[in-house]
Design a protein. Structure first.
Length: 393
């Protein structure tokens, strides 16, 4: 098992009965800044779609290119379990910031796709080992640690749309590269705070026990499949929905995504912590029962209800991720980074399918109908929770 220790007069960090707040906050802070940059793409889709003259499916595909390297997460996780991987976490904010911030310089779809593909490699290098590092310093409160980690990421994705729209307003799309310096500054801070932290490789082969894989991952896969259309619609196509269906401007589109993600911060901060006390499956059942109802109401409600409904969707639809991470980290303590990387790779494949399907539905029937279908399909998560409950017995 990977234990974190400080190399100067090293006390053990990562004992099973301690909650190390300083280390958790440091890693979560890097997650916050890193994911601020990853949130730049969706708010820029209206500008990029107009500039490149592409349809909904190709526009949504830009988000897929960013996540395509998630397929490497099992490999990255395996390496993180075997060797020290702190420099992946340290360098990722700077690299991701650079690659995402220069997308305004891309003159064609292929160049833009390659930039986002490279950024996705950096994103994968951060997200595979970081939750495993968090799990090692939370003691028995794994859910609380994952909540803090994921809430930091959600907060970054909340501020990202506002930051990028403001930056485009100040510098133009071609001048977006000027905001890169923040990512490099944060990588410098992470190096200063984590430079003496090393990872002790796991003993043994480091592979996932098949009996636990067969017991846990099918249930999680069913849950992710059930919610993928709704999550893809909300997090990727919401800016387009607000501008082209609701008739708003770019600022309204960015503000809507920010409201959704801000509520997601609160939801992520609470879901894992609450699941520590009341159980993972019980919390997921409540969240998956409420979110689809709110999605359907959002489509038919008057405009003045949009904000409270987006808040409700952020609290319920986005917040299950810390619970998923806590389940995986508790079940696979011998190879946490590999297990987390496997979960992220599955999540990418499922999310990519969701983005592609929502884009095709929107091209064929309109965004409003695509959102309607996503809300109806999400109800399939309710029986899937029963599989998870059975897997935990």
């Amino acid at each position: 098992m990977m234990d974190l220790v400080v190399s100067t007069n090293p006390p053990e960090i990562g004992s099973r009965d301690e909650f190390h707040t300083e280390q958790i906050v440091t890693i979560a802070g890097g997650h916050f800044v890193h994911d601020t940059y990853t949130a730049f793409v969706a708010p820029l889709l209206p500008l990029l779609r107009e500039r490149l003259g592409i349809g909904y499916a190709l526009a949504g595909g830009l988000a897929i290119f960013t996540q395509l390297p998630s397929l490497l997460n099992p490999l990255i996780g395996y390496l993180a379990d075997r060797v020290s991987s702190r420099y992946f976490v340290i360098l990722a904010p700077a690299v991701t910031a650079t690659l995402v911030s220069i997308i305004g310089l891309a003159g064609d779809y292929l160049t833009l796709a390659l930039l986002l593909l490279a950024a996705g490699v950096s994103v994968a290098a951060f997200h595979a080992p970081a939750p495993a590092m968090i799990a090692q310093v939370t003691g028995p409160r794994v859910g609380a640690g994952m909540s803090i980690f994921m809430a930091a990421g959600e907060l970054g994705r909340t501020l990202g749309p506002v930051v990028v729209v403001a930056a485009v307003g100040w510098f133009g799309l071609e001048g977006l590269w000027r905001v890169t310096f923040v990512g490099w500054a944060v990588s410098g801070i992470l190096y200063w705070r984590l430079r003496n932290v090393r990872a002790r490789p796991v003993s043994g082969p480091g592979f996932l026990p098949w009996d636990r894989v067969r017991r846990v991952f099918p249930a999680l896969t069913c849950l992710m499949l059930s919610r993928t259309l709704m999550i893809a619609g909300l997090t990727t196509f919401l800016p387009l929905f607000m501008t082209e269906v609701r008739g708003g401007g770019l600022w309204l589109a960015a503000a809507s995504l920010t409201i959704l993600e801000a509520a997601g911060v609160v939801g992520a901060l609470g879901s894992g912590t609450v699941s520590d006390r009341f159980g993972r499956a019980r919390v997921l059942l409540v969240l998956f029962a409420i979110a689809p109802v709110l999605m359907l109401v959002f489509l038919v409600a008057p405009p003045w209800l949009s904000i409270p409904l987006l808040i409700g969707l952020g609290l319920t639809a986005i917040s299950p991720t810390p619970v998923f991470l806590a389940i995986v980290q508790e079940e696979f303590t011998e190879s946490r980074a590999l297990a987390n990387g496997t979960l992220l790779a599955l999540n990418f494949l499922i999310r990519a399918l969701g983005v592609w399907l929502v884009g095709l539905l929107a091209d064929g029937f309109g965004l409003e109908q695509a959102f309607l279908v996503s809300g109806v399909v999400a109800f399939a998560a309710l029986p899937a929770v029963a599989l998870l409950r059975g897997a935990s017995n």
